[in-house]
Design a protein around this ligand. Sequence first.
Ligand SMILES: NC(=O)c1ccc[n+]([C@@H]2O[C@H](COP(=O)([O-])OP(=O)(O)OC[C@H]3O[C@@H](n4cnc5c(N)ncnc54)[C@H](OP(=O)(O)O)[C@@H]3O)[C@@H](O)[C@H]2O)c1
Length: 223
Amino acid sequence: MSASGKVHVQICMAMTADGKIASANRRITQFGSRADHERMMALREKADAILTGAGTLNAQPEIRLRANAKPKAPLRVIASGSGQVNPAHGVFGSTGAPVVVLSTERISRPRAKALREAAHTLKICGVNAIDFPTALDWLHNDWGVKRIVCEGGGRLNDSLLRAGVVDEVHLTICPLILGGREAPTISDGVGFSTLEDAAQFRLHTRKLVGEEMFLVYRRAANA
Ligand SMILES: NC(=O)c1ccc[n+]([C@@H]2O[C@H](COP(=O)([O-])OP(=O)(O)OC[C@H]3O[C@@H](n4cnc5c(N)ncnc54)[C@H](OP(=O)(O)O)[C@@H]3O)[C@@H](O)[C@H]2O)c1
């Protein structure tokens, strides 16, 4: 939840049996089954907004939002502290949902200008790093967001987890091993250095679907 407790935050990720979310060379990015894809779509269906990190967006230049049959398509939110997102990316030319970019004072003027023109809104929410509790409160107050699903990647997840705003983690464990020390995992970046500080969750549900394990973790009550 955000600092004010108004936004329910879900992380949705597919990982290999060795905890990777892509290969070390970043060429393999999708390995979940159709059922895994449907699970992501079901979360999107209930969400008011979809949050994606700049790294994930830049790794998928072909992403385009489809016109959505829902009366109100989820807001598309991109996190990029430096603004290193291509303003010509397909996500900006899509119909169906407004796109907002969360950034910081680190963004250069030319990048800010280009993203202001490409996106509906460029919101500065921090000096060096996006302050996610503040950003989530802004999404709630200005866009009516009550539920947001974060679709990665690992560095964005790390920021959300360290900010203490994650309510649920929906994890699909897929039956393959990609290996590679440099391969991204569901939470990269800085991480936690003590057990006491680690993000604490409780296993809420587990379901075997074909050869994939679908897990849902909920924030521990004392977290
Ligand atoms: N298997 C799956 O379910 C799944 C899902 C999603 C992604 N992926 C894979 O994950 C990989 C991408 O992960 P990634 O970790 O490299 O990138 P990422 O998490 O998608 O994006 C990282 C970027 O987000 C911005 N960011 C995150 N936290 C921030 C903060 N607190 N303040 C400011 N900016 C912040 C920064 O942008 P700036 O650098 O612009 O400042 C950072 O470089 C790709 O290979 C993708 O295919 C897999």
